[in-house]
Design a binder for this molecule. Structure first.
Ligand code: FPP
Ligand code: MG
Length: 332
């Protein structure tokens, strides 16, 4: 779900407004990944210098600013959410036996599952220590709750692997936990730093949640429809991994008997790369699975923008309003 080396799109107002904070977050990431064990430093440098859109840190910086926060703890909070996110991707690539991430080999391919899983643990422990150091118990509560939901989502994802009967409601519950939870947690935590009231905190949670859902829907669409080099991951990986996502559920619900049979045959087949994959993609185009997926993502993006109305008008709020569009129109 990540880019190769490009932070939140450099053309957006969101990027320009968050640029200074994002640069400080990058320096702090380098400081905080340090360890006496050279291997940890190597893996951290490999993973954390290897791109990523830094969407969650940008979300933290902009939400804090939109809530009038004037301190410096948004920098550490940006690092915390990026560490949690990176730890989850390292573990996810082990779970999914992924072969590519951000245009390169994932950590499990370079160092093996044993070291990769431990590195994920290290990064998560670092993020927890850092969140405790910020001295706000509510912050730790928000972040650990988001991480628990992240793990629940990933477990449900594995549990339903290859389940051709999975319905949209269950899929939405999975992505709510697996992806939207950390977006919601990032935005909420920024509000906690700024000591906003319950109404603003709820609005931030809704905003983060809704852009998270939109993000995962587009991720699932791009998995079939993206240009592989731009995506930085292998196209069709979800199908080969047996993952039930929105475009596939839509095809199974709306395709012809033949199209359903082709898709079910390819589901979970590690060899489904050439013709088999192309046939599934063609069927998805024919029945409008990509448009249907994008439409739902756009609906969540619009909902996200509406939630921001609770915050006072500001440059930061305007920049936040751009994030849903960026997420829905991205090509990687
Ligand atoms: C990507 O899904 C995975 C996630 C969004 C969450 C993964 C969460 C865990 C592995 C729990 C562990 C958490 C911690 C903090 C150690 P995907 O496989 O659909 O996306 P992809 O195509 O980018 O791989
Ligand atoms: Mg994965």
């Amino acid at each position: 779900m990540q880019s190769q080396g490009q932070p939140v799109h450099t053309q957006t107002a969101a990027y320009h407004l968050a640029k200074d904070r994002l640069e400080l977050i990058e320096s702090r990431i380098r400081e905080l990944q340090a360890s006496e064990i050279p291997l940890i430093q190597d893996v951290a440098t490999y993973l954390l210098s290897n791109g990523g859109k830094r969407l969650r840190p940008a979300l933290v910086a902009l939400c804090a600013k939109a809530c009038g926060y004037k301190g410096d703890a948004d920098i550490d909070l940006g690092v915390i959410v990026e560490f949690i996110h990176t730890a989850s991707l390292v573990h996810d690539d082990i779970v999914d036996d992924a072969v590519k991430r951000r245009g390169s080999e994932p950590a499990n391919r370079v160092w093996g599952n044993q070291l990769a899983v431990l590195f994920g643990d290290f990064l998560y422990a670092r993020s927890l220590a850092l969140s405790v150091s910020l001295g706000k118990l509510r912050l730790v509560e928000v972040l650990t709750e988001a991480t628990s939901r992240l793990v629940e989502g990933e477990m449900l994802d594995v549990l339903h692997n290859g389940n051709a009967k999975l319905d949209i409601a269950t899929y939405m519950d999975i992505i709510d936990r697996k992806t939207a939870s950390l977006f919601a947690g990032s935005a909420t935590a920024a509000g906690v730093l700024a000591e906003v009231g319950p109404e603003e905190e709820a609005a931030l949670a809704t905003f983060g949640h809704d852009i998270g859902v939109a993000f995962q829907l587009i991720d699932d669409l791009l998995d079939y429809a993206a240009d592989q080099d731009r995506l930085g991951k292998q196209v069709g990986a979800d199908l080969r991994e047996g993952k039930m996502t929105y475009p596939l559920i839509h095809l199974l619900e709306n395709g012809t008997e033949d199209e359903r049979a082709t898709a079910l045959q390819a589901l979970g087949d590690p060899e489904a790369t050439g013709d088999g994959l192309q046939q599934v993609v063609a069927a998805m185009r024919r029945v409008g699975s990509f448009d249907a997926t994008r439409d739902v993502a756009i609906r969540y993006a619009e909902q996200a923008r509406t939630a921001l109305a609770v915050l006072p008008a500001s440059e930061a709020r305007d920049a936040l309003c751009e994030l849903p569009d960026f997420i829905v129109t991205r090509g990687h």
